[in-house]
Design a protein around this ligand. Sequence first.
Ligand code: MN
Length: 306
Amino acid sequence: MKLCRFDHDHLGLVLGEHLVEVTDLFDRTPPWPAAPGDWIVRQAVEMGAELAVRAAGSPKTPLGDVRLESPVASPGKIIGAPINYRAHIEEAHADQGIGFGRSFADLKEHGLFLKASSALIGPSEEVRLRFPERRSDHEVELVAVIGREASQVSRERALDHVFGYAIGLDMTVRGPEWPVFRKSADTYAVLGPWIVTADEIPDPNGLDLSLRVNGELRQSANTRQLIYDVQALIEYASSFYTLHPGDLIYTGTPEGVSQVRPGDVMDCEIGAIGRMHVGVAKAWFSQAPAADGGVAARPLKTARSY
Ligand code: MN
């Protein structure tokens, strides 16, 4: 199954070039107090394949007619893996515009970082760059979406806790500050175009991933080059904290990171997931936003259409 969110919190299953709406199959009233994690992912995991069965026969809408939002609405945690591809470590050492004097040898010397969930947007919104005088880079990454609580899970059981996979952009302001801060600006976490459930991707550690900027290839690699693969990251993350449904693990970016500028278009692709095009807004974040706070800056959850 491919589960997407579109047009202000509608939910759909993607079938080729169309989607069928499944919003009405979900309970929209969370229990009180709300359990940790994402309420939609929690229900999708419980429904499992029944979701597709119950959606069969529903009217189809062309994908091109909708605006795709982040397929996870409210992740409790957005977890990032730094320096998880060898060639990216080498480029970070060679280019101090990336490395800022830090030395990188092994992910576990630094641990994982968290991105603020307020940074999250979907592919139909735009990344809105901050700070014209500073470098903001693209980082395309495979993202694992947690489906079931995970605490101290073993490598062997790690994938049992995954709901599915999506494409992520871990947008990054380069500089000396902690990654948790530089990578948390509004719109600097992109997720999309949908979640492909884990049953369709039995091995997440063998997927081609690439990113083009304005049609020019910048990043091209395969997730088999991950130093800590998806199972290792879940084992490691869950040794420190409990993972909840909807938590996102950005698994790290390969070499080829580079600066994006206002008006650029990023075209991301991961085998078995699909493609997503993400625009970079023409206006800087500091420039006067629209009266509603700007499309990219508007919290998605305030814009329900039902
Ligand atoms: Mn990254």
